[in-house]
Design a protein around this ligand. Structure first.
Ligand code: PEP
Length: 247
């Protein structure tokens, strides 16, 4: 809807080198003004590079995960304070790859979202069902349960997060949800948020899962879809910019 400025976020996942990032970031900057808000979520070692290259641009940057802990003996983890120290505006939490490959629970994801907000970094909380869950008719139950943990944990701060609906079967598969399928889930999520916060109508709900330049516009035209979380297509400046222009 027009009351919410669209947001397009790139999730680079575990891709890139100094050299390829340099070309990608320059490509993004040279695109000039965009009709939406935009951000890229880089791997931890490259946050400094993103910060340096995107400072004084309209494109924000963020990370793909964070620790729930403030600091301490947590070898290999990265705190939200560190992300804030590198100027991150966003952090993705609960991406399906972390839920699946690192056994992140709904409550851990909620705690990460709370840790982010406590440091002024906006969490992009991912929810979404697997293909087996969709086929079993469990989509609504699954995303409700995932969002419910976050709503209860964030309490009065619920309205400050961004939510990304990412059907697991559409991530990296080239198989995107139809605009109608995505909108149906987004409407459910917004209704669930509306029961928890007066800010639900202002909150950004992103769709993610094989968003490409040729399908972005129809997805973004849905009333409850406020932008996208972009994996594969965020690694090519021209594709990411084209998706931003569709917003
Ligand atoms: C993602 O991983 O968040 C994602 C949406 O990936 P892709 O666009 O490659 O499906």
């Amino acid at each position: 809807s027009d009351i919410r400025r669209k947001l397009v976020v790139g999730n680079w996942k575990m891709h890139g080198t100094h050299a390829t990032n340099e070309a990608l970031l320059e490509g993004l900057k040279s695109a000039g003004p965009l009709p939406c808000e935009a951000a890229v979520c880089a791997p931890f070692p490259y946050l400094a590079q993103a910060a340096e290259r995107l400072a004084r641009s309209a494109i924000a940057w963020g990370a793909q995960d964070c620790s729930v802990h403030e600091q301490g003996a947590y070898t290999g983890e990265v705190s939200v304070a560190m992300l804030a120290d590198f100027g991150c505006r966003y952090v993705i939490v609960g991406h399906s790859e972390r839920r699946a490959l690192h056994a992140e629970s709904d409550q851990l994801v909620a705690d990460k979202a709370q840790a982010a907000l406590a440091r002024g970094v906006t969490p992009i909380v991912c929810v979404g069902e697997t293909l087996a869950q969709r086929d079993a008719g469990e989509t609504e139950d699954v995303v409700k349960r995932q969002l419910s943990a976050v709503i209860h944990t964030l309490a009065h701060c619920v309205g400050e997060m961004v939510v990304a609906y990412e059907p697991v079967w559409a991530i990296g598969t080239g198989r995107t949800a139809s605009p109608e399928q995505a909108q149906a889930v987004h409407a459910l999520l917004r209704a669930q948020l509306a029961a928890a916060t007066p800010r639900a109508a202002q909150m950004k709900l992103l769709y993610g899962g094989s968003v490409k330049p040729d399908n972005a516009a129809t997805l973004f035209a849905q009333v409850d879809i406020d932008g996208g979380l972009i994996g594969g297509a965020s690694l090519k400046a021209a594709d990411f910019i084209a998706i931003c222009r569709a917003a």
